[in-house]
Structure formats: structure tokens, C-alpha cells
Design a protein around this ligand. Structure first.
Ligand code: MLT
Length: 389
């Protein structure tokens, strides 16, 4: 039988991290000692009080049946309270303005299913998380890349979006703290986004997965903090990076009730909700002391200092990581991102991500994470120094 992939899949390159995983497996089979600074996957375990809450919850038979589609009331209430306590975003209605997700990637992927029709234009940051563009295209939408430039602090210059593009645009994706550039946004920038969105009737989809991984004294804001944001926006939040919970697949979206409802409608027709024992553990994470988050942040800060100072000492142009566990290094003269990443992998045994995997605007850089113990980061710096460039 002849099996043919759908057109949309045929045109799609392999998912960036799946492709890198494949190379890792091959090299490990050959006995290579790899230091994996590729995907942003926290290496430390989930804090014990969250694991204990999960252990207790799995024994409760009420959690063994289908979950509710929109998420347990206690989880949505905890998410609304987290937004009030952490961001001062008050009065989110857990029933209408919060929906549980099976990880924020799931919500980010399904959001365009609810809001993008064939031919619609979506403004996607470049470089940016690949899922924004991929699912726009899956829906028959058109991607208009908005460049994030180093000289603008990797914030999009909305005034550079041509008038006819702004008029046609349906969604604008934003993501601060930013992956892969580790840049931050200010409330003033978010206010400009709201003004732009309301002027042109554009939905703002903000990806806030990295809000708790930051290195400045002041925590990063949420888009929803600024006046008018709840009229035009939705924000995707994840427990993955904050509480070392990538494997648990739990997150939530909050914001404008009509946007939350649209996403919820897609989800009722797609999945059957997040395992409620996982949601119970997520409630424990969001409502308990946040001391574990401070501790996790301290761990990344130490590792980041070692990585950045070590690489700068070796003569590399390393961008200032203000937040997230990512840092971008400019390619040495004469190398493309793919060539530099490949050199690091083959000669140094270091898994790095070529930043052009996040869009054409990432060309010129590779991305390293600090999701490895500090001794391994030190070793990685030594190995980079030894790579012949
Ligand atoms: C990344 O490494 O860019 C992300 O962690 C991947 C993801 O969150 O899906």
C-alpha cells in the first residue's frame, strides 16, 4: 500500500529537538561522553513536596477517571491566585478566564486551531519557539516574521510592521523572558503591544513559560499586568521550568474569556484533560512556599556565571542572559550556526542548539542551556576552549 503523508507534514522539517536527540543517540552509541546543553529541560528533580502530593493523589480513586476538560476547580483557582500574588493580576475568574493545559506547548499548538483560518496572517517573533509558526501553517495561516534584533534588546519593533500587514494580522505572539535570546520585556513594552493590538484588532498570545527563571533583582512582569491586556490577550504558563516539571505535562492559559473559551472548545474535541493527580500536585506547587523556586533560580545563576564568564574569558561574544536558562553565543567568524553547533558536538562532545532552528533570525548564534551540573558546565567551557576554530 502506498502511504502518503499530508502535504503539511511533508513540507515540515523534523522538530528541532527531535533531530538533535537523534544525533545524541547516535553519538552516545559510539561511546561519546556528551555534555547536553541542548534542550531546556531542567536536570534537577521536582521538589519533594510536589512529588509527595502526586504520590498521595495517585492513590485516590477519584483521580483515576476522566479529568474535567477545563481543569479541576482547585487547579484553576490556584492559577488565578498565583497570578494575583505574583503579578498583581487580580480577579481572574477561574471558571471563565483560566483553562488547564497538558503543558503549555499543547495550548500554544492548539490556540491557532481556534483562531486562525486559511489565509490569516500571524505575527511570529524571529527567532522564536518553533511551535508558533508550525501550527499557524498547519491551520493554513501565513507567518509574518517580526525580527528580534540585538540592537533593540530582542524586542520586536512594532512600528516596523507594514500597515497592510498589521491590518491583516490575526495574532501576535510574544515571549518574555525570551527563548532563545534570554531577553526581558518591560511593562512599557507591553503597553505598546496593547496599543498596537487594540488599534488593529490583533489577538496577543503571550508565552510566559520562563517567568520565574530570572537573574535581575526585579522579577519579570506578565503581559496581563498592563491595562487593556485582558481585552486582547491570553497568556500561556507552564509549571515545567519553574518547578522542574517538564515530564509532568501541566500548564495553564489565562486571560480574555473569549480566547480561553475558544481554546477550551478545541481541547474538548481533542484531549480529555490533564491527569487530575498531576493537577493536584500542581496545586501543591503553586500554593506552597516558593522557597524551592528561589533555590532553583540560585542554581541556574551560579551555572550561568560560570558559563558566561568562562566563554567570555575564552574570547567568545556571549549575549547577556537576563533570564531563562539559555544563553546565545555569536558564531565565530566564518561559521554558520549549524557548522558551529556541529563542531561543538563532534569535536567538543557538547550538545548545543543552532539558533537558526528558531527561525532565520537566529542565524549567527548557537544556544546553550545551563541544565547540567556546574562541574559539567566548567568542563563544557574547557572543551569549547579546545575546539579548533
Ligand atoms: C527549548 O529548549 O527551547 C524548550 O525547552 C523546548 C520546549 O519547551 O518544548
Amino acid at each position: 500500500m502506498k502511504i502518503e503523508l499530508a502535504q503539511r507534514i511533508r513540507a515540515l522539517p523534523p522538530y528541532l529537538f527531535a533531530d538533535i536527540d537523534r544525533k545524541k543517540v547516535e553519538l552516545r552509541k559510539q561511546g561519546k561522553d556528551l555534555i547536553d546543553l541542548g534542550i531546556g529541560d531542567p536536570d534537577r528533580p521536582t521538589p519533594p513536596h510536589i512529588v509527595a502530593a502526586m504520590q498521595q493523589a495517585t492513590a485516590e480513586s477519584k483521580y483515576h477517571r476522566y479529568p474535567s476538560y477545563e481543569g479541576m476547580a482547585s487547579f484553576r483557582e490556584a492559577a488565578a491566585k498565583f497570578y494575583a500574588d505574583r503579578f498583581g493580576v487580580m480577579g481572574l475568574d477561574p471558571e471563565r478566564e483560566v483553562v488547564a493545559l497538558i503543558g503549555s506547548k499543547e495550548g500554544i499548538a492548539h490556540f491557532p486551531v481556534a483562531f486562525v483560518d486559511p489565509g490569516d496572517l500571524v505575527l511570529v517573533p524571529d527567532p522564536g519557539y518553533p511551535v508558533y509558526a508550525t501550527w499557524t501553517r498547519f491551520m493554513g495561516g501565513e507567518v509574518h516574521y517580526v525580527r528580534l534584533l540585538r540592537e533593540n534588546g530582542f524586542l520586536p519593533d512594532l512600528s516596523s510592521v507594514p500597515e497592510e500587514v498589521a491590518r491583516r494580522a490575526k495574532i501576535l505572539w510574544i515571549n518574555y523572558p525570551n527563548n532563545p535570546t534570554a531577553a526581558l520585556a518591560t511593562r512599557a513594552f507591553y503597553a505598546q503591544v496593547v496599543e498596537f493590538a487594540l488599534k488593529y484588532d490583533i489577538i496577543v498570545a503571550s508565552d510566559l513559560a520562563y517567568s520565574e527563571v530570572y537573574y535581575d533583582d526585579v522579577p519579570p512582569p506578565s503581559f496581563l499586568e498592563v491595562p487593556g491586556a485582558r481585552e486582547c490577550g491570553i497568556e500561556f504558563h507552564s509549571l515545567s521550568k519553574t518547578y522542574n516539571m517538564t515530564g509532568w505535562r501541566v500548564g495553564f492559559a489565562v486571560g480574555n474569556a473569549a480566547l480561553v473559551a475558544g481554546l477550551g472548545k478545541v481541547k474538548t474535541n481533542t484531549d480529555s484533560g490533564a491527569f487530575e493527580a498531576v493537577q493536584a500536585a500542581a496545586v501543591a506547587a503553586l500554593t506552597s512556599s516558593q522557597a524551592c523556586v528561589d533555590e532553583i533560580r540560585g542554581v541556574y545563576r551560579e551555572r550561568m556565571d560560570v558559563l558566561v564568564s568562562g566563554l567570555r574569558g575564552a574570547g567568545f561574544d556571549v549575549l547577556d542572559p537576563r533570564a531563562t536558562f539559555y544563553c546565545l553565543i555569536a558564531n565565530p567568524q566564518g561559521y554558520s550556526s549549524a557548522e558551529f553547533a556541529s563542531k561543538l558536538l563532534i569535536e567538543g562532545g557538547i550538545v548545543a542548539t543552532p539558533a537558526n532552528g528558531f527561525g532565520p533570525g537566529g542565524e549567527g548564534y548557537v544556544r546553550l542551556t545551563v541544565c547540567a551540573e556546574v562541574e559539567r558546565i566548567r568542563e563544557a567551557v574547557e572543551r569549547v576552549r579546545r575546539v579548533k576554530l
